[in-house]
Ligand binder design. Structure first.
Ligand code: SF4
Ligand code: SF4
Length: 498
């Protein structure tokens, strides 16, 4: 485990509201993007000279274009219901990590420039000028929000801090103050097709190696096709699936499912990334560029369906925005939803009896499931309410004999973020990530103690990477996080297909 330069919070039996520590995380700031990274994705390379005016103009544009944002800024009644709902507040005790306080960093500036009272009586309505110290505070604390939307579930007005956080980041990018991790990744995905910068030959090699591994392990030749024109399904998956555990075991699981069901599919080297970090910085232009790559690949390959692999925010973008960003997708087969999640595909195949699963293959594991924020609160699955919660659990129950949920209030719509979402999965924010994982770790500890849970399954690449990093800080093993389709892949009886 990496040497911690901070104290990992102690696990308590249940999340407790910590005594407030003002400024506890004021030192936590991600690296700022350098000039070339910024310019590559259409932003000024450094803080522009008249940045205050540019920022206020951008804020005006955002509140004019988004009625939701304006309503969120105008409607808070300071009831306090959200204050203890953010994992970053629970893990860091910094009051600026209370959702309402985070919103107020933005709201105070909005009031100053866009409300009558703020213009003439700023002191009375908590309105502030946007000066350099406020901008610094924004950079610090809008990079301590994983845009998980948990606070919005508890707000009587549904105020969504995630939207405010995205708007703040968009404004900061517009004046030349961008975050290195997110913006570097967006640039790589736009030029090379994936976040890792994996070129086509490396991807082809990796897939060939995985085919050999599967054949060696099972004796069955399962293909992982790349750029096969005429395939029925284009599988778009997070590039983490191509190289790291437990992600790659999930990819093997998808391949086994599609193989046993006899479905024709392919990956694309041009659209070899499901993740879309444009969401995290609130940039529709950048989101659109990545979404268009998927459209172009689908047209080029002549597929009939698009299926997404296990990635939370990718699914949110695909489910919520893909048609607007890159549609219409009227060239695809109307018999299937556009897009489809791999869990929906697997769930339907299980329902049709098209997969032969032996759950005893996972008998060494006692499994729980982590609902990822963007799936739980930012999208849906299937054609029934709550499908995003029921479908992954149904798949796990069909693949494992021992499954236990974590406590209510920590799962489903109330799920706690892994601590690394929203573009914060970077080593320069490791303290924040570890502390923000506290509520999830406490819930996990409870099922470990009560039911002997050995593994936590997830369907989000960011959650899996984050847990691999932070589990050891809390006394767990990094390989206790697994992909849902890894367990499916273990359970599939290959060679049993009709
Ligand atoms: S969206 Fe999530 S991370 Fe952001 S303030 Fe709300 S609970 Fe905290
Ligand atoms: S719950 Fe909603 S209305 Fe209440 S303080 Fe939080 S954001 Fe404001």
């Amino acid at each position: 485990m990496a040497q911690a330069e901070f104290t990992t919070p102690a696990l308590k039996p249940w999340p407790e509201i910590p005594p407030i520590e003002i400024g506890a995380m004021a030192h936590s700031r991600p690296f700022v993007a350098k000039q070339d990274i910024q310019q590559k994705i259409g932003f000024p390379g450094e803080l522009v000279e008249n940045w205050e005016q540019v920022a206020i103009a951008k804020m005006g544009e955002l509140v004019d274009n988004s009625r939701a944002l304006r309503v969120f800024l105008d409607s808070c009644v300071k009831c306090g219901a959200c204050t203890d709902k953010c994992h970053y507040f629970l893990g860091t005790a910094d009051p600026n990590n209370m959702p309402v306080a985070r919103q107020d960093l933005f709201r105070s500036v909005y009031r100053r420039y866009f409300t009558l009272a703020g213009k003439y009586l700023p002191g009375l309505v908590g309105a502030r000028d946007l000066d350099k110290s406020v901008l610094d505070e924004w950079y610090t604390y809008f990079h301590q929000c994983s845009q998980c939307r948990r606070c919005s579930v508890y707000c009587p007005y549904g105020i969504d801090t995630a939207e405010i956080s995205m708007a703040a980041r968009e404004i900061m990018d517009s004046v030349g103050l961008g975050q290195k991790y997110c913006n570097e990744i967006i640039g790589k995905a736009q030029t090379l097709g994936n976040n890792l910068g994996l070129p086509e030959p490396a991807l082809a090699d990796t897939l060939e190696g995985l085919e050999e591994d599967i054949e060696e392990e099972t004796g069955v030749k399962v293909r992982l096709p790349l750029d096969e024109a005429g395939a029925d399904i284009l599988l778009v998956t997070p590039s983490a699936d191509f190289f790291a555990e437990p992600h790659v075991d999930g990819l093997i699981g998808y391949a086994k499912v599609l193989h046993q069901a006899g479905l024709s599919w392919t990956l694309s080297s041009y659209a070899s990334e499901a993740a879309n970090f444009g969401l995290f910085i609130g940039s529709y232009d950048n989101m659109q560029k990545l979404a268009l790559r998927i459209r172009e690949a689908a047209l080029e390959l002549g597929v009939k369906r698009i299926v997404f692999g296990e990635c939370g925010h990718a699914w949110r973008v695909a489910y919520g925005f893909m048609d607007t960003l890159a549609g219409p997708f009227d060239f695809l087969d109307p018999a299937y939803p556009v897009p489809q999640h791999i869990c929906e595909v697997t769930y339907d195949l299980i329902g049709q009896g098209a997969l032969r699963l032996d759950p005893s293959a996972n008998d060494e594991s006692v499994v729980t499931f982590h609902d990822s924020c963007n799936l739980a609160r930012g999208s849906r699955m299937g054609d029934f309410e709550g499908g995003q919660f029921a479908i992954p659990r149904a798949i796990l129950r069909a693949s494992c004999n021992h499954f236990y949920d974590m406590p209510p209030g920590t799962i489903g719509e109330a799920t706690f973020c892994c601590g690394g979402g929203g573009g914060l999965l970077t080593d320069d924010l490791v303290e924040l990530r570890v502390k923000g994982a506290l509520p999830r770790m406490e819930a996990l500890k409870q099922v470990v103690d009560d039911h002997g849970v050995t593994h936590m399954a997830a369907i989000c690449a960011i959650c899996k990477s984050q847990f691999s990093k932070v589990l050891p800080y809390y006394g767990f093993e990094m390989d206790q996080v697994v992909s849902v389709h890894q367990l499916v892949g273990n359970a599939i009886v290959l060679g049993a297909e009709q």
